[in-house]
Design a protein around this ligand. Structure first.
Ligand code: 5GP
Length: 114
């Protein structure tokens, strides 16, 4: 199967500003940032979206959740507050079919989102 864009970034085939990586996941700056700090955290495993995750992915998902806080601290946005977003499917505006967690911060964020 054709690699997703984020798989190619995770494998360093396409350049990105990587801020963190380990054996299970990669975090890199969004190419079109929606906030002063905007990082995408993706599993190396090409799960299309959160709704496609399976029980066998439980440990991987827990790993990603723990990394959210670690990366937010690293970016300096943990104390003031930040937002995580998982867009799923067309109605939510998902454009890349590879599970990714947006980590956004560095400004006041509105609620509810558009
Ligand atoms: P989605 O809309 O699917 O939730 O988010 C996809 C995100 O990926 C968007 O915020 C978009 O700016 C970002 N993106 C798309 N292509 C690239 C790319 O080639 N490099 C990086 N770093 N981000 C990308």
């Amino acid at each position: 199967m054709e690699k997703t864009l984020f798989e190619k970034i995770a494998e360093h085939e396409i350049p990105a500003d990587i801020v963190y990586e380990d054996e299970l996941c990669v975090a890199f700056r969004d190419i079109s940032p929606a906030a002063p700090q905007h990082v995408l955290l993706v599993p190396r495993k090409p799960i299309p979206d959160i709704a496609a995750a399976q029980q066998e992915d439980a440990e991987l998902l827990a790993h990603l959740m723990l990394k959210v806080g670690e990366i937010a601290r690293m970016l300096g946005i943990a104390e003031g507050g930040f937002r995580t977003v998982l867009n799923t499917g067309a109605l939510a505006g998902q454009t890349v079919p590879h599970l990714h967690i947006h980590i956004l911060g560095g400004r006041s964020l509105q609620w509810p989102p558009g």
